[in-house]
Design a binder for this molecule. Sequence first.
Ligand code: ADP
Ligand code: MG
Length: 246
Amino acid sequence: VSVAALYHLKGGVGKTTAAVNLAYLAAAAGRRVLLWDLDPQGAASYCLRTRPRVRRAARKLVRGKLRIAELVRSTEHHGLELLPADFSARYLDLFLGERKDPKGRFVRLLAGLGEVYDRVLLDCPPGISLLSENVFRAARVLVVPLIPTVLSLESYRQVERHLARKHLDTRLLPFFSMADRRRGLHRQVLAEWPGAAPVVVPYASEVEQMALRRLPLPCFAGGCPAARAYRALEAALEAALADRGG
Ligand SMILES: Nc1ncnc2c1ncn2[C@@H]1O[C@H](COP(=O)(O)OP(=O)(O)O)[C@@H](O)[C@H]1O
Ligand SMILES: [Mg+2]
């Protein structure tokens, strides 16, 4: 199964928003998609109107008491299933630390899902932890939202250096999030980005409304520029996953 993660060191940069939209778009294109909400705050689960059925699910999963299939819930969107966040996810690092192979647990948990899903998307909490080490090993592509500021390139480089140091060959797919081209600084950061131009998701009130409406953006504003940007990001993710062999 091809696994991708929405990941960054920073919070509030647009990971969950992108995770919900990318998962929805892949499902709408006919793929069988599982979105795993790893953030105990459960913003992705909220947006998809789905709550966990099992208490302490994250703990039971990591300890091997339950399997992913037993925790997954369907959403109101065809082809999109969700592993909702539960509050025990705030201790994921502790549960992972109990394991013999604390960094490889997710690889094992996700193995075998290829028969059920075409794609798994992980919506990560911010930070760099044992949980992220698991994500780096399980995901072929890390989708990284960057708000175009002076420090965004630097924090992106930090992630890049960490992966290189650990000899992890996860591919990075950065994109700009909440970009405001009216601001000179934003324009400058976008213009000076080295390498291929990343997808730019504009700052937009439609995107903010996702949490109010509890719907993916394409469900209520499919024609707006931000929705177009998420479609471009989905295409870029598709290409990056294909490039990495699946
Ligand atoms: N392109 C955008 N335009 C306007 N608001 C956005 C945009 N992307 C995200 N937001 C808002 O920013 C906040 C943080 O986004 P979120 O996806 O939850 O970030 P993260 O998961 O990285 O913490 C949310 O309130 C969200 O609605
Ligand atoms: Mg989030």
